[in-house]
Design a protein around this ligand. Structure first.
Ligand code: MRU
Length: 324
């Protein structure tokens, strides 16, 4: 399966996700600033992938001879919501605090990546238990090879269900405004022979009302101790709809996405992005140039609406206590 990130010994190579689906283009990241810009510009995105890239970013900073603490501070400012970024940087900082040499810093970044790759495999396996036969799964955003260094989270379950003959089809919400569903999820599922149908975000309701969805599985960017979780904008709508229609609603995540420092979703910082992103599709304005627009990148789904949390440690129920 395609890999969206690879450490090459002294630089990182990533898929530039902004170019998909037109071009599968790789870009080299040689400096911390390259990594920082790639995260900010969403050349790479997805909670676990951001964390892994940031870990290698620290290593690049050390190779550049920069002060690692300043490097960590810079990377922490790239995006606010996905906790994996902060946890990966904290782990890197621990090695630096202990006076780790270059080999130890590299080993830690590789360890964080390997852990995520393994978590993806196990999430896929654990998720099989909740997938009915001939399942029609609805998902949002991209939670596959472009969101993790492995096969993904929600899409890991999709891949395993496909391999074992349990999957009928996937409905991928387009995921306005950045279109991770339309551009990335559809791309990778088609590459891997999975039957996928793209639908606009506002179609989720009618699909559920017509009995066309058996299961909703989404990813997560930060899960609070009580189980409230942030994920791509539109996830909350899906949770409310799924509950209304009695459809199981799962989130799939590595436990690295659980933030034990916060009690509930109220404490999750929600990224607000430039209004230009929603006022345009590509270069083309879809509203008046002087119109006001609001662009929250994530929403928070309350734990009451979640059927279960598919993780590398099995299907979890909150409250969460120890995630390592
Ligand atoms: O803004 P993005 O594309 O980084 O948002 C990503 C998501 O919301 C994903 O669902 C989440 O990171 C889980 S990915 C395994």
């Amino acid at each position: 399966m395609l890999k969206s990130i690879e450490w090459k010994g002294n630089y990182l190579i990533i898929v530039d996700q902004t170019k998909l689906p037109e071009k599968l283009e790789y870009v080299e990241l040689h400096t911390v600033t390259d990594v920082y810009n790639a995260i900010v510009e969403m050349k790479l995105r997805g909670a676990p992938l951001i964390g892994v890239a940031a870990a290698y970013g620290v290593l690049l900073g050390v190779l550049e001879g920069r002060n690692p603490y300043m490097v960590i501070e810079q990377l922490k400012k790239s995006r606010p919501t996905a906790v994996n970024l902060f946890k990966a940087l904290d782990e890197m900082q621990e090695v630096i605090d202990e006076g780790g040499d270059l080999d130890e810093i590299e080993a830690k970044a590789r360890e964080i990546e390997a852990r995520e790759v393994e978590a993806s495999e196990k999430i896929g396996e654990a998720g099989l238990a909740v997938v009915p036969d001939n399942a029609r799964i609805l998902t949002i955003c991209n939670t596959g090879v472009f969101a993790t260094p492995g096969i993904g989270t929600a899409l890991a379950v999709v891949y395993r269900a496909h391999e074992t003959g349990k999957l009928s089809k996937v409905y991928s919400l387009e995921t306005r405004p950045v279109l991770q569903g339309a551009r990335l999820t559809v791309f990778e599922l088609m590459e891997n022979g999975v039957d996928v149908t793209m639908v606009v975000d506002s179609m989720a309701g009618i699909l559920m009302s017509k009995g066309m969805v058996d299961l909703v599985i989404v990813g997560a960017d930060r899960v609070a101790k009580n189980g409230d979780f942030a994920n791509k904008i539109g996830t909350l709508n899906l949770a409310v709809l799924a509950n209304h229609f009695g459809i199981p609603f799962y989130t799939a995540l590595p436990t690295s996405t659980i933030d034990l420092n916060i009690n509930s979703g109220d404490e999750i910082p929600i990224e607000e992005r430039d209004e230009e992103e929603v006022k345009r599709v590509g270069e083309c304005y879809i509203t008046r140039k002087d119109a006001k627009a609001l662009n929250y990148a994530f929403d928070v789904t309350p734990h009451e609406l979640v059927t279960g949390y598919i993780s590398e440690k099995g299907i979890l129920k909150p409250p969460f206590k120890d995630n390592r």
